[in-house]
Design a binder for this molecule. Structure first.
Ligand code: C2E
Ligand code: CA
Ligand code: CA
Length: 694
């Protein structure tokens, strides 16, 4: 798989799921901290206000005492619990046990007024925090409010350490009635009263937690908890959303738009998975490229969406024909990639044949044709030792399978081919041709050879066909069969058609200027070119520009092209004829049944394919040729027999009124100079029938 798509997939797989996860954890942690600190702050606020209120009271009491001069009386009247100490700290008098403990804490209240507060030895929840400030041990308070319910339904107030009161003080134990007794929720502390008397007065005060205090704190706490739950839910929904989204994105990433099945990326990933976990040593794997032929035609005739629906059905059908450890995905246009298990190559061959036959029978209303190419994974250990290669890159193996399939003759139905080393060489050749094609046109490395066409009766020169040759400094003399099919596939053929046409037109003009008696020369125009809407105009302009008469140019279109867009072809042929060119159907009878197109196409010339004159055809062959000639004549067409090599064939064709013969019997394709000699001679004599250079 390409590193680009690999990165993409990994990106989606990760999809930063940890982000919502971590955010979720952080937010939860922050909220928890906020809740804890807020509750603590709330408790502190409540405790502080209450302690300050008590201090204020004691302060006022001491002010009154100062004024009256009888401190004890004032405290008694106020029903305070107090301890009087001398400066040395000895207790002079006390109304309550002295449990004050630790260092005093300075508390400010009412701006400048301050009081010294002591903790109680049993509940020392007051302490210093900072210079002038104090804090309350809210944990002590929390424990104070945490009522523990025993099974016998007794309620206890716990002390600051969390122990039950009964462990400290039996009297504090309370019979439970199911309700919390708030009277028990008090914490004692001590306030030093400044009476100006010299003795030290310690007043016992109480911090008391009321129902109101607890309610307020509980409400705040509940609100916070609600917020936390809300955030928790939002985050959870977000998280679930992210997971679902990730799943959907992955699904989308692996889904093919046309077939709604799997795509090429999915195929590569799963191929690698299967190959990595391969257990069955008896079985090997092959990657197959399977193509639906003439898919474009199907789309043109039935619409693109109908084409895609067909691909979808084909995909489903293939899925039903493959096993658990095998794969199928749509790779591009009408191509499917398959991973198939096999033990013996001949079995695989048969299976591919069966798959293609089943697929072609899927739709009775259309002639569905398939072709396949395959390459083997771990080819080196292939049972038949067909190939001594070891390749495990899925991409390379699949392109090998494609190359094998492309090596097939497109006319062959349900054919398949396996990749071999020869195809590697072919691929290298294709690459170098493609690399050199443009430069070769610029440097005029392509040359025009002419093959004369003669009258079989009079041996008179009646015409010629222009055939391309490549005189390459790198590759030497290259015949068209080695590069034309490559140009047809890569689209460069249209350049070549232009090149040939303009060269032929120029040659004709030159010969006319030299006073030679010119004959029409036919030029091959590829089917790829023929679907261009303005092709007729292009040809007209090119020929006119060269200054050659239009009637001296004939356009040859191969028979198989007549199955393309017929309307377009007829239009172009008609235009060409109106402009004064003649048009011929090349390779008639080479495999396609084109009789039907003959009826609609206003053609001038029919070229009988060379196949008619290969091998022993006997009487039946002669009947076919004779009838084809009659048919052409009745349709008002001239007829050219191609590939004629024997005198007997020439004699037979002469007897059947065949108009022209293009074959080695009279002449091979030849360079311009040799053709000029033939032009000058006009008639081929038997002793002049010298084969031209190939
Ligand atoms: P084609 O158009 O059918 O051309 C006729 C082919 O048959 C030529 O092969 C010619 O040399 C060969 N031939 C003619 N008479 C005989 C014979 O008596 N015996 C044998 N054995 N062969 C004979 P060539 O020149 O190798 O061209 C092969 C094909 O390449 C052509 O088939 C045509 O399809 C393509 N081609 C050649 N030149 C061009 C061109 O300029 N443009 C395009 N688009 N295709 C071209
Ligand atoms: Ca031809
Ligand atoms: Ca031909």
């Amino acid at each position: 798989m390409s590193t680009k798509s690999e990165k993409k997939i990994n990106g989606i797989k990760k999809n930063h799921l940890w982000v919502p996860f971590v955010t979720f954890l952080i937010v939860t942690a922050i909220l928890t901290v906020i809740v804890v600190f807020s509750v603590r702050a709330m408790f502190e606020y409540v405790a502080r206000t209450k302690i300050e209120a008590q201090c204020k009271e004691v302060y006022h009491l001491s002010q009154v005492a100062k004024a009256s001069g009888d401190t004890e009386k004032i405290f008694k009247e106020a029903e305070a619990e107090y301890v009087i100490k001398d400066q040395a700290g000895n207790i002079l008098k006390s109304t309550v046990e002295d449990t004050s403990a630790g260092d005093p804490v300075l508390i400010s209240f009412d701006k400048d007024r301050k009081a010294q507060v002591y903790a109680d030895s049993k509940y020392d929840f007051i302490s210093f925090s900072g210079n002038d400030d104090f804090s309350v041990d809210y944990m002590g308070i929390l424990k104070l409010v945490s009522m523990e319910k025993e099974e016998n339904k007794e309620l206890f107030v716990t002390d600051k350490t969390g122990f039950f009161e009964d462990e400290i003080d039996e009297d504090d134990e309370e019979e439970a009635s199911g309700e919390i007794d708030f009277s028990k929720m008090i914490l004692p502390f001590w306030i030093k009263a400044d009476t100006g008397e010299g003795n030290i007065y310690l007043i016992k005060a109480y911090y008391e937690l009321t129902v109101n205090d607890i309610s307020i704190i509980a409400v705040i706490f509940a609100v916070f908890i609600l917020v936390v739950i809300l955030v928790f839910i939002i985050m959870l929904v977000n998280l679930v959303n992210s997971i679902v989204k990730r799943k959907n994105t992955l699904k989308l990433f692996f889904t093919d738009i046309a077939t709604k099945g799997h795509n090429w990326i999915w195929f590569q990933i799963n191929c690698e998975k299967i190959l990595a976990s391969r257990k069955n040593a008896l079985k090997d794997y092959a990657i197959v490229n399977l193509i639906l032929m003439n898919y474009n035609n199907y789309c043109i005739c039935n619409s693109v969406s109908a084409g895609e629906q067909l691909l979808e059905r084909i995909n489903k059908k293939i899925q039903s024909l493959i096993g658990k450890n095998e794969l199928c995905a749509h790779s591009n246009t009408a191509n499917f990639a398959l991973l198939l298990e096999y033990e013996y190559v001949n079995e695989l061959e048969k299976r591919l044949g069966r798959i293609m036959t089943t697929l072609s029978l899927m739709d009775e209303s259309h002639n569905l044709r398939f072709q396949a190419g395959a390459d083997f994974i771990d080819a080196a250990i292939d049972k038949k030792s067909r190939i001594a290669r070891k390749e495990t890159d899925i991409n390379v193996i699949y392109s090998n399978a494609c190359a094998a399939r492309e090596s097939l003759d497109t006319a062959k139905e349900n054919a398949f081919a396996f990749f071999d080393d020869r195809l590697i060489e072919d691929q290298k050749w294709i690459n170098s041709v493609t690399e050199h094609q443009k430069g070769a046109v610029e440097k005029e490395e392509f040359v025009v050879y002419y093959q004369p066409k003669y009258d079989p009766v009079t041996s008179e020169l009646k015409g010629a066909e222009a055939l391309i040759r490549w005189q390459s400094p790198e590759f030497g003399f290259v015949p068209p069969g080695k590069f034309i099919p490559i140009f047809e596939k890569n689209g460069f053929i249209t350049e070549i058609d232009h090149y040939m046409l303009s060269h032929v037109a120029r040659d004709q003009k030159k010969w006319l200027d030299e006073g030679l008696k010119c004959v029409p020369v036919s030029v091959n125009v590829s089917r790829a070119h023929f679907i261009e809407k303005d092709l007729a105009e292009q040809i007209r302009d090119m020929v006119d520009e060269a200054g050659a008469p239009r009637e001296l140019i004939e356009i040859e279109l191969t028979e198989s092209a007549f199955f393309d867009d017929q309307k377009q072809i007829i239009e172009t042929i008609e235009k060409l004829k109106n402009y004064g060119f003649s048009v011929s159907m090349d390779d008639f009878g080479s495999g396609y049944s084109s009789l039907n197109s003959l009826k609609d196409m206003p053609l001038d010339v029919l070229k009988l394919d060379a196949e008619f004159f290969r091998g022993e055809k006997g009487e039946r062959g002669e009947i076919v040729v004779s009838e084809a000639i009659k048919l052409a004549k009745r349709l008002d067409m001239r007829i050219v027999a191609e590939g004629v090599e024997e005198k007997e064939q020439v004699d037979f064709l002469a007897s059947q009124n065949c108009d022209m013969i293009q074959g080695y019997y009279f002449a091979k394709p030849m360079p311009v100079a040799d053709y000029e000699v033939r032009l000058k001679e006009g008639v081929a004599r038997r002793d002049q029938i010298v084969h031209g250079e190939l």
